[in-house]
Design a protein around this ligand. Structure first.
Ligand SMILES: Nc1nc2c(c(=O)[nH]1)N[C@H]1C(S)=C(S)[C@@H](COP(=O)(O)O)O[C@H]1N2
Ligand SMILES: [Mo]
Length: 199
């Protein structure tokens, strides 16, 4: 008699193995923004990386487009408990963006058009773990979801993925961002359910 494995159909393991503790799966793509959606024309858009010694590297839109792009497919986990599986993005790896940036800093404060900030260890942006994403689902990233370009750090709760990203500050000391300063966890690992300070 054939034994049917209910959990595995040859494609991937049962989806519950992809769901961090306390999360549920959704197929919609909710919009979560702490303020109004900034409209940033590509003509004036600029991204900067500033090192701990004050060196500033900048990319305009054409400069970003000239960098080699990747098409990551990743699962998203929001601290408000929805997870979305298999989202398809296009963007530039932070490994590429930071390749020529000399730094000994271990901390990053990411800033957005509109004033949002979030902090993340530099190590969590490197080694294929993060992108400056400008495409979603085969098209341009819409303003609601962070277009022209957002940070994408899918292994951490989605509040770390700053929409409308504008600057990446490499810092010797850690400093909390918008939600981290309001009581959310400093690191935000969904698999360890690090939602709030003390988790
Ligand atoms: N600039 C900016 N980035 C942001 C936010 C924000 O309010 N402003 N919200 C964060 C939060 S809490 C989440 S869950 C995700 C939501 O991304 P989405 O709206 O594309 O689903 O963006 C994150 N990045
Ligand atoms: Mo969120």
């Amino acid at each position: 008699m054939a034994i049917i494995s209910r959990g595995f159909h040859g494609r991937r393991p049962l989806d519950s193995a992809r769901l961090p503790p306390g999360q549920y799966e959704t197929t919609s793509f909710p919009v979560l923004s702490a303020g109004p959606t900034p409209r940033v024309p590509r003509e004036t858009w600029e991204l900067s990386v500033t090192t701990e010694s004050g060196q500033r590297h900048t990319w305009d839109w054409d400069g970003l487009m000239a960098l080699p792009a990747e098409s990551p497919t990743v699962d998203l986990h929001c601290v408000t408990k929805w997870s979305k599986f298999g989202t398809e993005w296009r963007g530039v790896s932070l490994d590429v963006l930071l390749a020529d940036v000399e730094t000994a800093a271990e901390h990053v404060l990411v800033g957005s058009y509109g004033g949002y900030t979030t902090n993340v260890p530099l190590a969590d942006l490197l080694d294929g773990k993060a992108w400056i994403a400008y495409g979603y689902g085969g098209g341009d990233l819409t303003p609601e979801h962070g277009g022209p370009a957002r940070l994408l750090v899918p292994h951490l709760y989605l509040w770390k993925s700053a929409k409308w990203v504008r600057d990446i500050q490499l810092r010797e000391s850690d400093v909390p961002g918008f939600w981290e300063g309001a009581g959310y966890h400093n690191y935000g690992d969904p698999w360890r359910e690090q939602r709030y300070q003390g988790d």
